[in-house]
Design a protein around this ligand. Structure first.
Ligand code: HEM
Length: 447
């Protein structure tokens, strides 16, 4: 047995709070691994798409190991889950994301030239710009704007019999982030741009025609934003000073050069698109409220509980299943040698559902976050480690601040009835979401 965790379960599902510091840090024992189990397969890519979020965990359970080797996208791949795996994967500078994402996903999410494709000092420098732009204080400002948009939008809901929340949250978050970033595009173009951003996320796990269609929509959005970048740089219009848009347009790299305009567009999209993507988490948060109406009052009145509720939504519900990386140098780990160029997949969803880290992992229990903050390696829906040192998501503060604010307002001020539509979530679909897009009835804003 090679599990990082005590698979013999001497101390089954030990609550995190009772773990000593060492096991909390590593997620279990740190003994050497004997061998890494290998899946006998010509290629498991098809199985990955069929099994979705459970692909890595299904095999970990079969092998009794939190690490195994398989073949994906025509080459060998080491798959793993758990806090120790996250710590190994997120050792600063260990993995590059270059060559780690299929082109169909890369083109819709990060794209060429983005911060995600950089390494070393160039990555640090660009990442510092993002972390500065998306600091906790700025995250609060974005959250306040989003809350105002929610109230404006909700004021019109009584005119609709049914409200499809995924569409509404896309609009709310899109309006908030374009305004906050001060992107100089006409307001009447926003609905189409927001639709285009939503299509990039919805199709990030697809291949073939759906993916090509979303890529065409991305190119259209890029042209619109590129025009704004070019006009500001040429002096035809002025970007509001110190605005996020202006900071990206005038950002200089380590050599003192401005970014190529197409890279400015990619990085602007790297703020706009994932903020719109928070709509998926918001729909999950409303889904959780509909499953646990007893929590509504506490979410509305107790900000600490709302924060814990949001952490539990991010842990339990599916977003990105895995993150891929390629070893930049050869390294030793737990008695194993991994050569440069080795491809690794870290199971984000599986780590967030690991029973050695989370007692009763499938149960929705916000209380687990009331008394403790997660470690950098156990709650990892947006990557692990230190965002300043490696590739962990730059927008995690924004995500948490926006969700906490919006779900608080939603619980306090929105009166609605559930609709009878299908809210089941299919874990084979990536990215997953309630089938109906979370539809509610007779919704209205109360004061
Ligand atoms: C909606 C929920 C979100 C999820 C689930 C999410 C998830 C992720 C994941 C898994 C990564 C890759 C980590 C890695 O490669 O190690 C990432 C990177 C990134 N995210 Fe997010 N993210 C979200 C929201 C945001 C937001 C709101 C922003 C910005 C406003 C943002 C900006 C970025 C950037 C710039 C990177 C690249 C970081 C780097 O390579 O250093 N994300 N995100």
């Amino acid at each position: 047995m090679n599990s990082f965790y005590d698979t013999s379960r001497d101390e089954p599902d030990r609550p995190i709070a009772q773990m000593d510091d060492e096991s909390l840090r590593t997620g279990g024992s740190a003994k050497a691994l004997d061998t890494i189990p290998k899946e006998e397969t010509i290629d498991a890519t098809r199985a990955f798409f069929q099994e979705g979020y459970r692909f890595v965990s299904n095999r970990c359970e079969r092998f009794g190991s939190d690490i195994f080797e398989t073949r994906l996208l025509g080459g060998p791949a080491i798959c793993m889950r758990g806090a120790q795996a996250a710590e190994m994967f997120y050792e600063p500078e260990r993995m590059t994301r270059k060559g780690a994402l299929p082109m169909s996903t890369l083109k819709l999410l990060q794209d060429k030239g983005s911060v995600a494709t950089l390494d070393g000092p160039a990555h640090h420098h660009r990442k510092a710009m993002f972390l500065d732009l998306l600091s906790p204080a700025h995250a609060e400002a974005i959250a306040r704007r989003a809350a105002e948009e929610l109230e404006t939008r909700a004021a019109a809901w009584p005119r609709l019999h049914r409200v499809r929340l995924i569409d509404e949250f896309h609009t709310i978050l899109g309006q908030a982030i374009f305004e906050w970033a001060k992107v100089p595009v006409p307001r009447d173009e926003l609905p189409r741009l927001i639709d285009e951003l939503a299509a990039m996320i919805a199709n990030s796990g697809t291949v073939g025609p759906k993916n090509w269609w979303a890529r065409a929509r991305r190119r259209r959005a890029e042209r619109k934003i590129r025009r704004a970048v070019d006009r500001v740089r040429a002096g035809f219009i002025e970007a509001e000073q110190e605005s996020p848009f202006s900071q990206i347009v005038w950002h200089r790299d380590l050599n003192g050069h401005l970014l190529p305009p197409e890279t400015c567009v990619v990085e602007l999209l790297n703020i706009l698109r994932p903020t719109v993507a928070i709509a998926r988490f918001m729909v999950f948060a409303v889904h959780a409220l509909s499953q646990r109406p007893d929590m509504r009052d506490r979410v509305a009145k107790d900000a600490d509980f709302a924060h814990a509720f949001v952490q539990e939504v991010r842990r339990v519900y599916p977003f990105f299943p895995v993150v891929g990386g390629v070893a930049r140098q050869a390294f030793e780990w737990r008695g194993h040698h991994f050569e440069k160029g080795r491809f690794f997949l870290l199971d984000l969803y599986g780590t967030d559902h690991h029973s050695a880290l989370w007692p009763d992992p499938e149960d929705f229990q916000p209380e687990r976050f009331v008394t403790r903050e997660p470690s950098p390696f156990d709650l990892i829906p947006q990557g692990a480690g230190d965002p300043a040192q490696d590739h962990r998501c730059a927008g995690e503060w924004v995500t948490i601040a926006v969700m906490t604010k919006l779900i608080g307002v939603f619980a306090e001020k929105i009166d609605y009835r559930p609709s009878s539509q299908d809210d089941s979530i299919d874990l084979q679909e990536m990215p997953a979401g309630p089938q109906s897009g979370m539809t509610i009835k007779d919704a209205r804003l109360c004061h």
